[in-house]
Design a protein around this ligand. Structure first.
Ligand code: LFR
Length: 484
């Protein structure tokens, strides 16, 4: 049997709604809507345009049910850590963007109460200045939490808008810093110590659980009739919890055929690591800044946020702003591939590159402040970015292996970056391992597969789901070139 589910997949620069057709030997995505995700800077900082995103999701789902009336469920994923505060049904302002700098104060406030060493033992998370707990601490300091009764991460917020149910999906909740790495439950002690109201954190749901049926008003908007639930108003169309952290869904869709793989989920960020059965929360993993995020089926995503194609896209944006013309990325990439001399490599993960703004200037500054020659000209800058990313991947993979004892003989690159041939080749060269690239839409595929399994369209372990992806989306292979 082949049947369809709908995946809502929101990335930091664009979102999409896809139909996923899944059967025993079938896994096919049909895009039904693609829309930009453009953050908005207002007087108080950088926000996600959540209403625009919601409107686009509704429009996309409307097209999905029109195209495929047999669609049987909906799953939603997005980037992690960011949330809206609610009082009753009302949202108290648009969520802040994780690249907003209000969190610096939050980091200080949290670390005064709970030093990073202690936090790491409790939540197993790498330090990222925008982790939810720091954002919440900044909001608490501003008095914003007093009015709120619930905090919902972005996919949970959209699921709430669709169903009226307030839940916290577990893989994404693991990125808040407030979930106990050992138990997978909200860390009541830590929440209390940080002075955060317990009421903000709704019940956790695991991937595969039903979040709820669409509200009658939403059914009406989608053209499904306005009666409640199934029956006269038409078939039921529940929202299903999936790995709502985009990275968790992407890791589900790694087309691995053996357990000894590392993965790079490559998009705005590159999330580089291995999958484990148990967390690694040691002094060494803390010092290396490795995270233990929650995966689907209780797996652990032991990984590191290396910067990603953000370095490139923000450089292109800077050049376009300066030049007043739009640039052709394929041309830039082939010019970068043609650079025959060695270019400098910088620390792609340096926090100096997190904020929006002049990226080539910051890269030049990184080299300049160390007395090193900065790449000059666009082709060299692009080449330097890709070499630096590939080098950071190689270091992260080596470190993941050392810290976890996992065996790695192949690197899977999934997501948008898997289309970047130069980056894939450089990754093979610098890791010394074969790289298997694709699928591009890994996040949406992982979203679809976990729904499909929950609906009984496929069965089995993550390994079985991955084997299905490998059969239907064979990856492209890059072999390391002899040392250059
Ligand atoms: C990737 C991602 C990363 C998370 C970052 C911020 O899209 O979800 O996993 O660290 O965005 O939320």
């Amino acid at each position: 049997m082949t049947a369809a589910v709908a995946a809502v997949d929101l990335g930091a620069t664009s979102g999409r709604v896809m139909l996923g057709y899944v059967g025993h030997d079938e896994m096919r995505l049909v895009p039904v809507a693609r829309f930009p995700n453009q953050p908005v800077r207002t007087v108080d900082g950088l926000h996600w345009n959540i209403l625009e995103l919601y409107r686009s999701v509704i429009a996309g789902l409307t097209s999905a049910v029109r195209e495929e009336p047999g669609v049987s469920s909906i799953g939603i994923d997005s980037w992690a850590v960011d949330y809206a505060l609610l009082r009753g049904d009302r949202m108290l302002g648009a969520p802040f963007h994780y690249r907003d700098d209000r969190t610096a104060r939050g980091v200080e406030l949290v670390h005064e109460v709970a030093p990073f060493e202690e936090l790491y033992r409790a939540n197993g998370l790498q330090f990222l200045p925008f982790n939810t707990l720091y954002q919440l601490a900044a909001d608490r300091d501003g008095g914003w939490l007093d009015a709120a009764d619930t905090a919902l991460l972005v996919p949970d917020l959209l699921a709430f808008q669709l169903t009226g149910e307030r839940r916290a999906e577990a893989t994404n909740a693991s990125t808040t810093g407030l979930v106990d790495v050992a138990t997978g439950e909200w860390n009541e002690g830590l929440i209390a110590r940080l002075g955060l109201p317990r009421r903000l954190f709704p019940p956790l749901v695991r991937p595969g659980a039903v979040v709820g049926e669409l509200l009658p008003s939403v059914r009406a908007e989608l053209g499904l009739g306005s009666g409640a639930g199934a029956g006269a108003a038409g078939p039921s169309l529940p929202v299903i919890a999936i790995g709502s952290h985009d990275t968790a869904s992407a890791v589900v869709a790694v087309p691995a055929t053996a357990p000894d793989f590392a993965y790079i989920s490559s998009g705005t960020w590159s999330l580089v690591g291995v999958e484990l059965e148990h967390p690694v929360v040691t002094d060494a993993s803390r010092e290396a800044n490795f995270t233990n995020e929650g995966g689907v089926d209780g797996r652990v995503r032991f990984l590191q946020n290396v910067s990603g194609l953000w370095l490139l896209s923000e450089s292109v944006r800077t050049w376009e702003r300066e030049g007043g013309e739009s640039l052709d990325l394929p041309t830039l990439l082939s010019q970068a591939a043609a650079v025959a001399h060695p270019v400098g490599v910088f620390a792609a993960g340096d926090p100096v590159f997190i904020a929006p703004g002049d990226m080539p200037g910051r890269i030049a500054g990184w080299f300049g402040s160390r007395g090193l020659r900065a790449p000059s000209g666009r082709a060299e800058v692009v080449r330097s970015i890709l070499e630096s990313l590939a080098e950071a991947y190689a270091v992260s993979i080596r470190t993941a292996v050392e810290l976890s004892g996992a065996a790695v003989s192949v690197v899977h690159v999934v997501g948008g970056g898997s289309q970047n041939e130069l980056l894939c080749q450089l990754t093979a060269d610098r890791t010394g391992l074969p790289v298997l690239a694709g699928p591009v839409e890994a996040t949406a595929i992982g979203n679809v597969l976990v729904q499909a399994r929950a609906r009984g369209l496929v069965s089995g372990s993550l390994e079985a789901l991955r084997a299905l992806v490998a059969r239907t989306h064979p990856p492209r292979r890059y072999l390391p070139r002899p040392a250059r």
